[in-house]
Design a protein. Sequence first.
Length: 436
Amino acid sequence: MDILKKKFHEKSSALKAEMKAFSKEHANTIVDQVKVSQVFGGMRGVKSMIWETSQLDAQEGIRFRGYSIPELKEVLPRTEGGKEPLPEGLFWLMLVGEVPTQEEVNWLSDEWEKRATVSDTVYKVLDALPADTHPMTQFVMAITAMQGDSVFAKQYSEGMKKSDYWDATYEDAMNLIAKLPHIAAYIYRRTYHDGKHIAADTSLDWAGNFAHMLGNDDADFMSLMRLYLTIHADHEGGNASAHTVHLVNSTLSDVYLSFAGGMASLAGPLHGLANQEVIKWIMEMTESLGTTTPSDEQVAKYINDTLASGRVIPGYGHAVLRQPDPRFTAQRVFAEEYIQGDDYVNIVWQLFRIVPDILGALGKVKNPWPNVDAHSGAILVHYGLTEYSFYTVLFGVSRALGVLANSCWSRALGFPLERPKSHTFDKMKEIVKSIG
């Protein structure tokens, strides 16, 4: 048993015993009251899940095992001479609740390298698709095509004990995470660079090698990938992609099918596809105005015209947060350090000055502040990754870290099939009438 799996088994076994006793003792304690507005409003804010790896606070933002993003940048191991945290370290932290040593992170990076070989069958599936197929569609199909390698599916069909579900899930999660940068880079190169693929550099870390396979060996771009894949990794369990993975996994589907479902959810314009929409909107604005250095007055008018047309300002607003997204702030700090004089980055900061006041004045927007998607596209464009239809795939590679760590926990803790109760509208009216 490898060192991370052994540590996870020890942690999860102890928590499972504690959780079982807690659940029995407090089985009838009420932890939430559901309003009609929540039933009709997509279950916003309904407390109904255990999600071990991160917690989202409306005012403070995301914390991974109690650590804020600025704190992660301080405590997680980095490459020699590097300033950004290694995503391997965050996965270790999310899985076992401990900040790893440099040696442990190096072991994990090497372990993922060993597991990274992708079957030729998967590449053949991708090559059978038209090159202009949306990258997220390709990504979902590639993940699904890898399902034939599932350790969980194989062992379950052979009669695996329930107590061993976590072990097979761990193996699948580690294998899938290891392969995702290779799959994503293959999709990128076949879609935008005539299928001219770049071999892996096994001397690099997980994110650094991903940057290399995309075709950019710039040290600063590798630093960006390390930061990007860290800050997008998890956002507690209620967001659409995380919840989809949790739901599908609760049926005992393996992590390949579960993660494919989550990525189909991430591809929606109201979720991960929003990062594509932000830079697209900014480019449309600059084209409409005829300049990449617009005045505040020009930007304000374009914002108001967008709102007047019935559209939203992409990258602004969040279902939970009521402050600027710390992930936006982390990217701004990165840009301030690494990027000078970039017109699109400057527009992002200009929007940050202007949009909240306009949205706030409407009196209908609960959160007029930027979310994670508001900044990422401009930085990626700066480093030459201009193909914004690919951006959600980058998001998906990162999100695997959190949702697959949680899939391990769900199986180790023996969580049941998720099955909430639904009502018809007539039943809702009957309930409200009986209360009133």
